[in-house]
Design a protein around this ligand. Structure first.
Ligand code: SF4
Length: 467
């Protein structure tokens, strides 16, 4: 997005006074506008039209996300769209519907665009058996132009409790070259409190096997703010994580919202760390990871300095989509499966969120689109700003003005005035031609971006807290 290199990374420190001042609710900006703005005016017909338009860019790459909603057990902290079951036949039926959807999407958009990025998420993608995973990959190849060279980034979320080393070998053979392991925390006490027992030996064996099988990148998902977690227990978990040396670490904030997510009601509020403890945890985890060679790129993500995400940020070309940070050049992402979101350069489309509704649409031989939106001219302008700040930590006004026929400072007069307080608090620096997020500001990226979000006051209670 930016043609200028991002400033070199500095250490991060979460400052309690500043966090208290700006700690309001806000989106994570995996898209702008966010999914909360989607509406039913965007229907199947609109979705089909956008898919047909993809043929106008036959030489551009394409990303695909597939949602597998099934899990064998419930993790109490979970806020995902999932179905907890032990019935493997449900996955068989789901696969058949996914294949119907793939055929409809492929018919609408053609097969010319190379799929350079694939991500299987959930739920638990590894709920699928080896045979089912193989069938899924073959169906993808029948319907889309999947690539089998080094340009591909095919990743899958792994619940360590559901796979063994032979499964990892099979996945590698099927073309996956990136793994994301849901680790969360290694403390037995915390694992019991969240109903998710995956001990360190299990994760160690899988990590070692993945390395020897030649996976290019291993990500660990961790969570801070869990029940029974303390700064000391988290430090111990991190000692074990650092020894396993993953390439990327996503460190999510547990947001306790039992009114919205019923499984969270099984968590005793009294066992949750306090806000002050969470800030202590953030500061020590950040220090521990940075001291051990990781770099904080923003929005909960730590990566090795040699990782593609770190170099992309340095060069001002990091991007963000529904799966988080990305270096994908593709401007179009096809979401398949229940509740999946497709993100196109000009629109978003979301599938039905419940399995019966998703199946019913496909039984009628139509896409399962339930809502979405076409971006407005104003959305494009704000999207550019928010994505530049959240990904590359700066926005050059000249870059924005090359894209839009307006003067940045005039178009955003009110927003720039509102940012003055943040500038006084040293969260950002504003010059004549640039906004730059300071190291202090990197802890409050969401709050900074909210200044440019025309919708941010619409659904405040539905967002988690910034910290
Ligand atoms: S956290 Fe993951 S594995 Fe656990 S219930 Fe939620 S989706 Fe399933």
């Amino acid at each position: 997005m930016s043609h200028f290199p991002a400033p070199p990374p500095e250490a991060v420190h979460w400052d309690k006074a500043i966090i208290d001042k700006y700690d309001s609710r806000g989106p994570r900006y995996t898209s702008y506008p966010t999914a909360l703005e989607f509406n039913q005016l965007f229907d199947v017909k609109a979705h089909e039209g956008v898919l047909a338009g993809l043929q106008e860019h036959p030489y551009e790459s394409l990303s695909i996300y597939i949602h597998i909603p099934f899990c064998r057990d419930i993790c109490y902290y979970c806020a995902c769209n999932k179905v907890v079951t032990r019935d493997e036949k449900q996955a068989e039926t789901y696969l058949a519907y996914l294949e119907k959807e793939m055929a409809l999407v492929s018919k609408a958009m053609g097969r010319s665009r190379k799929v350079t990025q694939l991500h299987l998420g959930g739920g638990t993608p590894t709920f699928l058996s080896s045979g089912q995973l193989t069938r899924l990959v073959h169906s993808l190849a029948q319907n889309f132009h999947m690539v089998d060279d080094d340009s591909r980034e095919y990743s899958i979320e792994i619940d360590p409790r559901t796979v063994n080393t032979s499964d990892l070998a099979l996945l590698k053979g099927l073309g996956f070259n990136r793994l994301s392991l849901g680790v969360q925390d290694f403390s037995p006490k915390v694992q019991k409190a969240i109903n998710r027992i995956n001990d360190v030996t299990l994760v160690r064996n899988l990590t070692v096997a993945a390395r020897s099988l030649g996976y290019e990148s291993i990500n660990f998902d961790l969570i801070y703010g869990l029940p029974e977690q303390t700064p000391a227990s988290l430090k111990e978990t991190l000692d074990q994580v650092i020894e396993l040396n993953p390439d990327r670490i996503a460190f999510y904030n547990y947001a306790h919202m039992p009114d919205r997510f019923t499984s969270q009601r099984a968590i005793d509020r009294m066992t949750l760390p306090t806000a002050d403890q969470k800030i202590d945890m953030l500061n020590s985890l950040s220090e521990q990871l940075c001291d051990n060679g990781y770099r904080y790129i923003g929005m909960d993500h730590f990566v090795k300095p040699t990782d593609k995400l770190a170099t992309a940020q340095q060069q001002g070309r990091l991007l963000r989509n529904f799966q988080g940070y990305s270096v994908s050049k593709s401007q179009d992402l096809i979401g398949l499966g229940v509740s999946s979101i497709s993100g196109f350069r000009q629109a978003f489309a979301q599938n039905e969120k419940d399995i019966p509704a998703y199946y019913a649409a496909l039984d009628n031989n139509t896409l399962a689109t339930c809502k979405g939106l076409f971006k407005t001219e104003d959305d494009f302008r704000r999207e550019f700003v928010i994505m530049a700040l959240i990904c590359n930590l700066q926005l050059n006004f000249a870059d924005w003005e090359k894209r839009f026929p307006d003067n940045f400072s005039v178009y955003f007069t009110d927003e720039l005035a509102a940012l003055k307080t943040m500038e006084q608090d040293d969260l950002i620096k504003i010059s004549q031609d640039n906004i730059h997020v300071t190291s202090k500001g990197r802890c409050l990226l969401r709050a900074i971006c909210m200044n440019f979000d025309a919708y941010h006051s619409n659904h405040l209670q539905l967002h988690s807290k910034v910290i």
